[in-house]
Write a protein that binds this ligand. Structure first.
Ligand code: ZN
Length: 277
């Protein structure tokens, strides 16, 4: 390293500031980034300049380095979030850029008009729950997964579950004699209760039982009371579940599903395929 010796510039005393008695010294060094000579403020202890060892780069190079680090951090965070999307969503529902066999929004059978409506949805004063409702084969679950991807890529924690899984956890696994099965059911239900974002796929495609209804009600009620968002898909309007629900108070469960929930109707009729607030 043959960097030049520090050169102290001439002491300058400002004419506008005649009270200044101490010399305002600057020193120069050669930038290790761009080889330009730049000035810095030396800190002398005796004859040793302690600032020199740290004055390795000019301001422009320091700014460029900071910008580069910020860009690298953004790229790392994008990679991490994509990885979270991969771990969270069922593989077949991943968007095409994460799984070539996943959802292709350009595919002629993909319900692009409904996805265009769903992706514009934002939580707001009207509520932070969203439901995608309609018969099978209308890409509700694919739209739900694309919405989940969007939410995770914005940096939110999200748990993906299905009505079928909740039924299994609540009725079978929670009562299992195998401790780890029981523990994992307990953990999943606790996650559904408290995660910042919860997605429940395919309501109505489950059996109904008092255990399931009680767990589902606990989750819905807790999340509604704490303003924790839910996105769910359902093959029927919540009111249509009245005859299926076995518990004493189906209205409480159905009420939670409807209350302050923005509903997107996937029924293939252009007259009603619009969001209903
Ligand atoms: Zn430089």
């Amino acid at each position: 390293m043959n960097s030049p010796k520090p050169t102290s510039s001439e002491s300058t005393t400002s004419m506008e500031n005649p009270e200044t008695t101490e010399a305002q010294e600057t020193a120069t060094n050669v930038c290790q980034g761009c080889s330009k000579v730049f000035t810095y403020e030396p800190i002398f202890i005796g004859k040793v300049d302690l600032a020199r060892a740290l004055a390795t780069h000019c301001e422009e190079c320091k700014d460029a380095e900071a910008a580069g680090e910020a860009q690298a951090a953004r790229e790392r965070s994008l990679i991490e979030r994509r990885e979270t999307v991969r771990k969270t969503l069922p593989p077949a529902l991943l968007p095409k850029h994460l799984n070539p066999l996943g959802t292709d929004t350009g595919h002629p059978q993909f319900n692009l008009p409904m996805w265009k409506l769903v992706k514009q949805w934002r939580p707001g004063p009207q509520g932070n729950w969203i439901s995608l409702i309609g018969p099978a084969g209308r890409c509700k679950t694919r739209c739900l997964a694309l919405l989940a991807e969007k939410i995770i890529m914005q940096g939110n924690r999200l748990v993906w579950t299905s009505a079928m899984r909740l039924y299994t956890e609540a009725t079978l696994n929670l009562r299992s004699r195998e401790r780890n099965v029981q523990m994992s059911a307990r953990e999943h239900l606790a996650e559904c209760l408290n995660t910042p974002w919860l997605v429940i796929d395919d309501l109505g495609n489950n059996q109904w039982s008092q255990d399931f209804e009680s767990q589902l009600f606990t989750i819905l009620d807790h999340r509604k009371n704490n303003c924790l968002p839910i996105a769910y898909s359902s093959n029927a309007q919540p009111e249509e579940f009245y005859p299926c629900i076995t518990s004493v108070n189906p209205a409480a469960l159905i009420g939670r599903l409807i209350d302050r929930t923005t509903q997107f109707d996937f029924t293939p009729d252009p007259q009603i395929a619009l969001p209903i607030q």
